[in-house]
Design a protein around this ligand. Structure first.
Ligand code: SAH
Length: 350
């Protein structure tokens, strides 16, 4: 996954270990140097070649001539007083901004990263899509969200979810490089089983991902139990209808053995009625899956309302009575809330 800047320099942090090894060897250097450089970038999180003090000066100069190191700058952090959740706003090298979140769970610390600047999927309830898509993130820009947070968090990160701004399967090549980079044994070596990719249902790329030989969890943003309602909430459903999306989920499970997580933002009066629960139960029956119910985050520019706690529990129980494994997602950082993408929007609006 090569990307080159205006000076003809290559984005070294986006290179896989093999690509870096090839580059090192073709520059006439011994192969073991690739291991050293990769470690500086992906384990020690070096931000420049001058820090790589176990490399000869000559090589550091050569690297600086041919490559650049992508580093994100934290612009703002907001820390929840309730549960320690931290929202980060990062500046990318070109001045664009993205959001990431660190959450502390019993099973470990989890980072939620963005995959694009903005998004063009147009989901009606989502803040990230309001300004449209600006651009895709590079693998390095996705990795560095995890790396910067890892530094601030003392190196303890066990899970990574690609659930921030953007549609990861709309930035497919970068996503796959990112997953391979994050799980590489020469790098942070985060288990692929602890990585989750959330999609609004880009069917061809769900199928492609199933065949990559990766062990990541796929989360499908469902949000409605029939095609008509789903396409009124998620324009992407007009292109990839619900039955094709469900077939792609089944295929992903068949190919990878990984149980699908379904996400469902509960919106009062829109998708939380008895009929919705019944239809959803029928849709998911017999599927090895998990249903994550998320009371919708109110977005300033939208007028969707979340059901109250009792109504959310009632919906969950209806699913469970129908044999569907469902949980209501624990809300993290309620006091620093603002749905995904809102920190960036607040910042950019000044
Ligand atoms: N584009 C991907 C991943 C980013 S969104 C996707 O669609 O899955 C991550 C999750 O947050 C998705 O399930 C998305 O539908 C959900 N989401 C977006 N806005 C939300 C809101 N206001 N309240 C609750 N969930 C929301």
């Amino acid at each position: 996954m090569k990307s080159v800047d205006e000076h003809g320099k290559t984005d070294i942090k986006s290179l896989s270990f093999d690509e870096l090894s090839e580059a090192v060897i073709s520059a006439g250097e011994p192969r073991y140097r690739a291991g050293q450089i990769y470690k500086w970038l992906h384990v020690k999180f070096a931000s420049s070649f001058s820090e790589m003090t176990n490399l000869p000066l000559r090589l550091r100069i050569l690297l600086d001539d041919k490559f650049f190191v992508t580093v994100l700058t934290p612009l703002r952090t907001e820390v929840s007083e309730l549960d320690g959740t931290v929202k980060y706003l990062f500046r990318l090298p070109d001045g664009n901004c993205v959001e990431s979140v660190l959450m502390h769970y019993h099973h470990g610390d989890s980072v939620c990263i963005s995959s694009q600047v903005g998004c063009h999927m147009g989901c009606r309830f989502c803040a990230s899509t309001i300004g449209g898509l600006i651009r895709n993130l590079t693998p390095a820009e996705m990795l560095d969200q995890v790396y910067r947070i890892s530094i601030q968090n003392g190196g303890r990160i066990s899970n990574v979810v690609v659930m921030g701004t953007g549609e990861p399967l709309d930035n497919y090549e970068s996503l796959v490089s990112f997953i391979r980079g994050l799980s590489d044994e020469h790098g942070l070596h985060i288990s692929q089983r602890n990585i989750t990719v959330s999609t609004c249902g880009i069917v061809p790329n769900m199928r492609k991902l199933a065949s990559e030989g990766l062990a990541v969890t796929l989360a499908l943003s469902l949000h409605a139990s029939n095609q008509a309602k789903r396409s009124s909430l998620m324009p992407v459903a007009l292109r990839y209808p619900l039955d094709e999306v469900m077939d792609a989920c089944d295929y992903y499970f068949k190919e990878t053995g990984r149980r699908i997580t379904f996400e469902y933002a509960l919106i009062s009066g829109v998708n939380d009625t008895d009929q919705d629960a019944a239809e959803l139960t029928a849709l998911l029956k017999g599927r090895n899956c998990h249903m994550n119910l998320i009371p919708v985050n109110p977005v300033r520019e939208r007028n969707f309302v979340r059901p109250d706690r009792e109504a959310a529990f009632a919906f969950q129980h209806k699913l469970e009575r129908g044999g569907i494994n469902a949980t209501i997602r624990r809300e993290m950082g309620r006091d620093i809330d603002g749905a995904c993408g809102q920190l960036r929007r607040r910042f950019e609006e000044g």
